[in-house]
Design a protein around this ligand. Structure first.
Ligand code: GDP
Ligand code: ADP
Length: 200
């Protein structure tokens, strides 16, 4: 799927609350590359303001299981141990790569490792974190989207995920959003030298 300059896969992981969505939103607008976000499917309920098909495809557990059985996912995982599933849709990735886009997967560590084991891809991998667990907790609490139970599960998972950051090519500390965005744009544009885009 990745031959003939037909786009690239970019994997971004990091603990919940690290600022992945914030940074990715900016990258899409500011990097000057044909980036697009792969919209994942999930069984979790939408937060206020999240739009089906834009933030995620929000599926019932039954719909999700059906799509798993049909082989529609490149990878799918239960994240945080709270019974909510998340999955990368093959179609999202294939469509983007075939159009020459750089397809961003904003996925957890388990999903990233599964894709790294898949030899069809040669992804650029980035791990984002805020530099400290206290700051992570502050961000999660001030986002006001999660219950205390969900915040605790996210913090526990965060500690485990941090242990995998060395499996990624690039570690980004998102202390200041502007700096993190600039650093990642620079990394991606440097990679372009190795893999010229068919689109730009
Ligand atoms: N493996 C996998 N993880 C995903 C996928 N989509 C989102 N995630 C991860 O699921 C976690 C939870 O996402 P979300 O419920 O939106 O909460 P947030 O990270 O606190 O904003 C994050 O670590 C995401 O990176 C996916 O398709 N596959
Ligand atoms: N560099 C930063 N400094 C301070 N707050 C940030 C920073 N980056 C993101 N945030 C805030 O932290 C919270 C979590 O960010 P979000 O992008 O939702 O994280 P993630 O997608 O990794 O779960 C949000 O309220 C966001 O506005």
């Amino acid at each position: 799927m990745n031959q003939d300059n037909k786009g690239r896969l970019v994997i971004i992981s990091g603990p919940s609350g690290a600022g992945k969505s914030t940074v990715v939103g900016r990258l899409l607008d500011e990097c000057g590359l044909p980036l697009r976000l792969s919209v994942s499917a999930t069984t979790r309920t939408p937060r206020p303001g999240e739009v089906d098909g834009v933030s995620y495809f929000f599926l019932t557990p039954e719909e999700f299981a059906k799509r798993q059985a049909a082989g529609d996912f490149l990878e799918s995982k239960e994240v945080f141990g709270l019974g909510h599933w998340y999955g990368t849709l093959r179609e999202q990735v294939a469509t983007g790569l075939n159009q020459g886009d750089w397809v961003i997967l904003e996925i957890d560590v388990q999903g990233a490792l599964t894709i790294l084991e898949n030899e069809d891809f040669d992804p650029i991998t980035l791990f984002i974190h805020p530099g400290g667990m206290d700051e992570l907790e502050n961000r999660l609490r001030s986002r006001r989207t999660e219950t205390n139970e969900a915040i605790s599960a996210r913090l526990e998972t965060a500690a485990a995920e941090m242990l995998y950051r060395h499996r990624y090519q690039f570690e980004i500390i998102n202390g200041n959003v502007d700096n993190a965005v600039a650093e990642i744009c620079q990394i991606l544009n440097d990679q372009k030298e190795n893999y010229p885009c068919s689109k730009s």
